[in-house]
Ligand binder design. Structure first.
Ligand code: PGA
Length: 238
């Protein structure tokens, strides 16, 4: 199976710069002969249906479990369907910890978008104090983050993102990723990405970890040259 690579823009890029990024990414993928899908999660204001030669799939970083309605500041299915978007990120640690999304709300969102056939990138991962409490504490934490989630959903892509490694420059070691991925694979047998400070300098060793099916990349994906350098590595190592 080819590796799954996804770029999470978070609150970066505008509508104009996203369009330029997609153009440059598509051109670069053509140059590299990169044929596997690349998922892109731009901010809501930059969602669009892009015409590309390469397999670039645009998803939403977040959406509310509704077709439309009175949910100030949120977008629903109607806004996604306008652009043919059928991929959504659910359970990202920034939404859990900064925006206060509870496990029950995350699970409700998952079920709602599953019902509508969405591809769901579902993120789990422990904060530093749980990691420091040891492996059993991590396992229990991850089990809780899977509560209410249909782990057999065929359009589910899992992402293990230890909170202490996100945006910190601190990457989990290959051994730690391998051990934690083995724990998660026992709980959920779906493709499993790693996320947390993945960058051009470490993507090869991360993707070489047994049980790692791809990468969810934040910071290092925001510059298209950096993203393309990672795709070049993925192409070479496949
Ligand atoms: P990062 O973010 O690559 O900046 O650590 C990853 C993520 O949050 O998905």
């Amino acid at each position: 199976m080819s590796k799954i690579v996804a770029a999470n823009f978070k609150t970066n890029h505008t509508r104009a710069s996203t369009a330029e990024y997609v153009r440059a990414l598509d051109e670069g993928m053509g140059r590299l002969g990169y044929e596997a899908p690349v998922y892109l999660f731009p901010p809501a204001t930059a969602l669009d249906s892009f015409e590309t030669a390469g397999d670039i799939r645009v998803g939403a970083q977040n959406a509310y479990p509704t077709v439309k309605g009175s949910f100030t500041g949120e977008i629903g299915l109607e806004q996604l369907e306008e652009f043919g978007i059928d991929t959504v990120l659910v359970g990202h640690s920034e939404r859990r910890h900064i925006l206060g999304e509870s496990q029950s709300f995350v699970a409700e969102k998952f079920a709602w978008f599953k019902e509508r056939g969405f591809t769901i990138f579902y993120c789990i991962g422990e904060p530093l104090e749980v990691r420091e409490a040891g492996e059993e504490a991590v396992r229990r934490y991850l089990v809780e983050q899977l509560e209410g989630i249909d782990t057999e959903y065929e359009k589910l892509v899992m992402a293990y993102e230890p909170v202490w490694a996100i945006g910190t420059g601190k990457t989990a070691t290959p051994d730690l990723i391998e051990a934690t991925h083995a724990v998660i694979k026992r709980l959920c047998d779906r493709p499993l990405l790693y996320g947390g400070s993945v960058k051009p300098a470490n993507i090869a060793e991360i993707l070489a970890v047994p049980g790692c099916d791809g990468a969810l990349i934040g910071t290092a994906s925001w510059e298209v040259s950096s993203m393309l350098s990672m795709l070049e590595t993925v192409n070479r190592e496949k």
